[in-house]
Design a binder for this molecule. Structure first.
Ligand code: AMP
Length: 361
């Protein structure tokens, strides 16, 4: 592989998306001497508040995309529900890492599952369903319980319907908006877990350890580092994540969400080609945070060491949880992060707290 010239500190990293993932990436980039320029429709978004510059515009505004591209040296993105044509337009002008093809796969569950299946990665049994009749046929084949998920635009359990014995799959398909979906067999998992893999411009891979994720109301509540599973299971999970990063020809990060079954089996649930909530612990509890790792990867710098400094725990502050912030601030050993969001709506991620060596925390 020919050597790719690094984009050195002093350069401008363009981040598409203005949320907390962009905010924490911009903070990590600043530490390494880069400036960040955010493209987002939200003038007061969390990332805009800490970045050197911003283009405030819809993601599909061609003039804004061109002005943004002209102002930056490299582009990355911090969320997936973007038109992939927007990234393709940027990619005509600047390196976009991860590339538009990676986004196109990961933002569509049908394509994502076809990719994973094609790579020989274990996934739950599923059927793509594009009509009410196909939903019924797939449910008859896979049986109950099953989960119907919209192929696009789903997050935190939105765009999903669980189907039990005797449920009407056609009605569920209609309720989800008559849009392309996948029907998945319901997995009786022991644990939800994830691995974040980084891959650099030369194809080198560095993986964070397998961590355990506890969800409340479909939203990540707590991450425990490392996941309490046998070493062989953790090693398999990390190897799968590395294969996925390689298969995507990724430059950047990919978070691989997995179900671990009681016999130590691993099924990959979904991919996110960006920093991930289950990696926030790495800011204090890893040699290199996931955000710094993204900066290193997209700028063509050597990847950092993803090793944890020890066991850790991350708790999300969701909605009104943020009212307890004074309690966490007063707690020795609690690392508190707030995202600068004015309004604590239910289900909204307002911040998080990380503890190193949380035994007894
Ligand atoms: P997803 O948006 O695909 O990450 O799904 C959100 C949450 O729904 C997951 O974190 C699981 O808790 C649950 N879930 C999704 N798919 C399945 C499945 N096939 N079997 C069991 N639980 C699932």
């Amino acid at each position: 592989m020919s050597r790719v010239e690094p984009i050195l500190p002093g350069a401008v990293i363009g981040i598409v998306g203005g949320g907390q993932l962009g905010r924490m990436t911009a903070l990590a980039a600043a530490r390494l001497g880069y400036r960040c320029h955010i493209l987002t429709p939200g003038a007061d978004d969390p990332a805009v508040q800490v970045a050197a510059a911003a283009t405030i515009a819809p993601y599909d505004d061609p003039a804004a995309l061109d002005a943004f591209a002209a102002a930056v040296d490299v582009v990355t993105f911090e969320f997936e529900n973007l038109p992939s044509e927007a990234l393709s337009r940027l990619a005509e002008r600047r390196p976009v890492r991860p590339g538009p093809d990676v986004l196109a796969i990961c933002q569509d569950r049908i394509r994502e599952k076809a990719f994973l299946g094609g790579q020989g990665i274990p996934i739950p049994a599923y059927r793509p369903v594009e009509s009410a009749r196909a939903a019924q046929a797939a449910f008859a084949e896979l049986g109950a319980p099953a989960v119907l998920k919209t192929a696009r635009l789903g997050y935190d359990g939105k765009g999903q319907a669980k189907l039990g014995e005797g449920d009407d799959a056609a009605a569920a398909f209609a309720r989800l908006g008559d849009v392309p979906c996948v029907l998945e067999a319901f997995v009786a998992f022991e644990l939800e877990a994830s691995v974040i893999a980084a891959r650099d411009v030369e194809g080198r891979i560095a993986c964070y350890p397998l961590v355990a994720n506890r969800h409340v109301d479909h939203i990540l509540s707590e991450t425990t580092v490392p996941a309490a599973v046998p070493d062989a299971v953790a090693a398999d999970a990390v190897a799968l994540a590395g294969r996925i990063a390689q298969g995507l020809d990724l430059v950047g990060l990919v978070a691989v969400e997995m179900f671990i079954t009681d016999r130590g089996g691993i099924l990959v649930n979904e991919l996110a080609p960006r920093p991930h909530n289950s990696g926030h612990w790495s800011i204090e509890a890893s040699v290199t945070s996931q955000f710094e790792q993204l900066v290193r990867a997209v700028c063509g710098l050597p990847l950092g060491d993803p090793s944890p400094l020890g066991p850790a725990r991350m708790l999300n502050l969701i909605g009104d949880d943020v009212r307890d912030v004074a309690r966490y601030l007063a707690e020795p050993g609690a690392h508190v992060h707030l995202y600068g969001k004015a309004e604590a709506r239910p289900g909204r991620k307002m911040g998080h707290v990380t503890w190193l060596d949380p035994t007894g925390a």
